[in-house]
Design a protein around this ligand. Structure first.
Ligand code: DGJ
Length: 729
């Protein structure tokens, strides 16, 4: 059994693959967090609790031998009784008070994993793949019920958590803090690792040791953001890529979030994660429910690499959905860095004629195809093809492309409106705004108010019309600014602080309707690159444009950092021109190809400027990628050398049966007179022998991992090499 309840002891034991998670109900009805880590046989760990009386730590009423909530590790704590740490939730009653005492009422255990109303979440196809515990806590005075929902996966070391609030009382309640999870670690001595960045520099790995006080990452930008991914991990101090204990927390949400670690006076750490309480509140009328997003918690005793592979496997199979989830993705050419806004019938024809000859599958018409969109100052919201640029309309373009044997894809940015657009002129109140206040522009545009049902309905209608108007096989769904002056014309004053979360709920409804109405279209997410690279978006689209920075060397860090949580099968990566358009660096075509094919390969450069040598390199890249794409999509990913630590980067993909592997090695700068580089591979079967395809040399799996393999000498800066291994029968 994955989840058991010992009634005599009031003890829940949740067991994921190799993980135990223990919750104790106290005689006073509080939920104590006893343990999360490697699976254990004897789950009664009450002896670990600190029950000493302490000055300045108020006593719990009716707690028998337990003393104060100030020192006890808890599951979903509130503020106001005797716990002074950051709470998991806070609720205001009509009398203005914010004291809630939610105590255990009942529980249920069932197989499978329920959907979350209105929100993306991990899921199972077979109810045997997960088991769920739902615990109800209730505050008798307000009538507030809080349902803590935990699911454990039988094949993975994953515990998911979410919370549902229900107002069973007769008065209005105001939720002012509703985190999705909270957990207390006693005896804390961990590092924190998270992914921070900015536009064109997403997912930079930061690892710090923590001292007493509050550490937090958050977004107040309306989307998950380029600045902080909604993820953090705690690592034991000696934990590395391959060894040590790691605890990961990843939020399935695309809006404002908060994740914190608070280390208290006794060296306990409280970790909380969920919707950012900043500028948030939610009015809960009698009978109403509120659902928080889900947090996915991964335990690994095989270092950061072990944690990442659990996330990769879970997100590939139990988060991403749809036709393309496991299918080879088309290798595309995109018009953005190729022609920017200068797109028209003639440019498209030029691109696709050469693209076809190179072996590409799909052409993407990026920004500039609609309204009067010759630059970024107009037309968002006016989703009509510009017939001066495309006299035969989108269907004309698409059909011609189809005729030569390629597919057609389209860029859209449905959440936005340009002040210079017919849509804005007819509906100036349809954007997020606050009455009488200036509306700040970002990239000359405003954000449509997705908290409004009518606006969402109109987006669904207008986007569906375009998608039906031509044979469209792929859509790039972009979003190019953060939210400011957050308010909605339709919400009453007491609900204005619901706008940011309602925006995300509106977005999810639109995405659900559109992706399910067009199940054969491959959707790719984008928010100026990785501004919304989060699990919430991956539920609707299996790949995301990783960064607007396409320089191969910068991408080493961006893709390596992104892989901490997200599988390479979700990372769109393109070969672009040199000098690179973001950093002006000149790199060889080989390394640009090898970096891009470590994710979802595409091209985005003026194909007509290529030399015949470059064209033949691209043809080879495409052929090679097709032969290894199954490993990129479904293989296990091992990081071997970190670009954050040195001049060389390496990673490898290996099939689940361990018979096939591909290793990528990248050298940034050349150095004179260095020793031959030895690379230690990972994840192979020590008992199998492997042949390296290029050299024809055979090696033992154990030797390749423990003694290593010599990397062929690389001459010059920005060089790379790929090694392909196949098990010998
Ligand atoms: C931002 C995206 O990240 C780019 O790839 C491109 O699609 C532009 N928007 C178009 O405006």
């Amino acid at each position: 059994m994955a989840i058991t309840y010992n009634e005599n002891k009031g003890l829940f034991h949740l067991q994921a693959h190799n993980t135990s998670y223990l919750i104790q109900i106290t005689p006073s009805g509080h939920l104590i967090h006893l343990y999360w880590g490697k699976k254990i046989r004897s789950p009664d760990l009450r002896h670990l609790l600190d029950v000493k009386e302490r000055p300045f730590s108020p006593k719990i009423i009716n707690a028998e031998e337990l003393y104060s909530l100030d020192v006890l590790p808890q599951e979903y704590p509130s503020y106001g009784h005797s716990d002074f740490r950051a709470p998991a939730f806070q609720v205001q009653l009509e009398n203005g008070s914010t004291i809630i005492c939610a105590k255990y009422v009942t529980y249920r255990i069932f197989s499978g994993k329920p959907k979350l109303e209105g929100l993306p979440a991990t899921h199972v196809e077979d109810s045997g793949e997960a088991e769920t515990l739902e615990v109800e806590l209730r505050d008798n005075i307000s009538g507030l019920s809080i349902f803590l929902v935990y699911s454990v996966f039988s094949e993975l070391d994953v515990v998911t958590r979410s919370v549902r609030f229900l107002n069973r009382g007769t008065d209005n309640l105001k939720l002012i803090r509703t985190l999705s999870m909270c957990i207390d670690f006693i005896n804390f001595s961990h590092d924190v690792l998270h992914l921070s960045g900015t536009w064109a520099k997403e997912s930079m790995i930061e690892r710090n040791s923590l001292k007493r006080g509050m550490f937090s990452i958050e977004s107040r930008r309306g989307i998950s953001s380029h600045q902080h991914n909604p993820f953090l991990a705690l690592l034991t101090e000696n934990a590395s890529e391959d060894n040590g204990e790691v605890f990961g927390f990843s939020l399935v949400y695309s809006g404002n979030f908060l994740a914190f670690v608070e280390i208290d006076q006794f060296n306990s750490a409280r970790i909380g994660m969920g919707i950012n309480p900043f500028d948030f509140s939610w009015l809960l009328k009698p009978g109403e429910k509120f659902q928080t997003p889900e947090v996915v918690m991964v335990y690994s005793d095989m270092g950061l690499g072990g944690m990442s592979r659990s996330y990769h496997c879970l997100y590939r199979k139990h988060l991403c959905r749809g036709y393309y989830r496991d299918k080879p993705r088309p290798i595309l050419v995109n018009s953005w860095e190729t022609a920017y806004f200068n797109v028209n019938e003639e440019t498209v024809q030029r691109i696709v004629q050469i693209g076809k000859h190179l072996g590409l599958d799909l052409f993407v018409l990026d920004d500039g195809w609609f309204g009067q969109r010759d630059d970024d100052t107009s037309s968002l919201g006016d989703w009509n093809v510009n017939t001066e640029k495309f006299p035969e309309g989108l269907s004309g373009v698409a059909e011609k492309i189809n005729k030569i044997g390629m597919q057609f894809g389209l860029w859209i940015e449905p959440e936005m409106v340009s002040p210079n657009s017919n849509l804005y002129r007819s509906h100036p109140d349809w954007c997020i705004h606050v009455p009488d206040r200036d509306r700040s522009l970002g990239r000359n545009q405003l954000v449509l108010d997705l908290s409004r049902e009518d606006v969402c309905d109109e987006i669904i209608k207008s986007i569906s019309k375009i998608l039906k108007s031509a044979p469209i096989s792929y859509v790039k769904w972009d979003m190019n600014r953060y939210l400011t002056e957050i308010g909605s014309a339709l919400l009453p004053p007491e609900r204005q602080r619901e706008t940011a979360h309602r925006y995300i709920l509106g977005l999810y409804r639109i995405l659900e309707e559109i992706t399910s109405s067009f199940p054969n279209i491959l959707f790719e997410g984008c928010a100026g690159g990785g501004g919304r690279f989060d699990p919430g978006m991956l539920y609707f689209m299996p790949q995301i444009w990783t960064s607007d920075n396409t320089d191969a060397i910068e991408r080493l860090k961006i893709q390596y950092g992104t892989s901490i949580v997200y599988p390479p099968s979700t990372m769109a990566a393109h070969v672009t021109a040199v000098p690179n358009h973001q950093v002006y660096r000149i790199t060889p075509m080989e390394i640009r190809g090898n970096v891009a094919m470590s994710g979802i390969l595409g091209y985005e450069l003026a194909l007509w400027e290529l030399t015949s040598e470059e064209k033949s390199t691209i043809k080879k890249q495409i052929g090679f990628y097709r032969s290894i794409q199954h490993l990129i999509l479904n293989g296990d990913f091992f990081r071997l050398l970190s670009p954050f630590e040195g001049n060389e980067t390496a990673w490898m993909f290996i099939s689940s049966d361990k018979r096939e592997a591909v290793v990528f090695y990248f050298q940034v700068l050349a150095r004179a007179n260095t020793h031959a580089k030895i690379l230690y591979l990972r994840g192979l079967d020590p008992l199998k022998n492997y042949i390296e395809i290029d050299s024809g040399l055979a090696f033992g799996g154990d030797g390749l991992m423990y003694a290593g393999i010599k990397v062929p000498e690389l001459k010059g800066d920005f060089q790379s090499v790929v090694l392909q291994l196949r098990a010998i029968k």
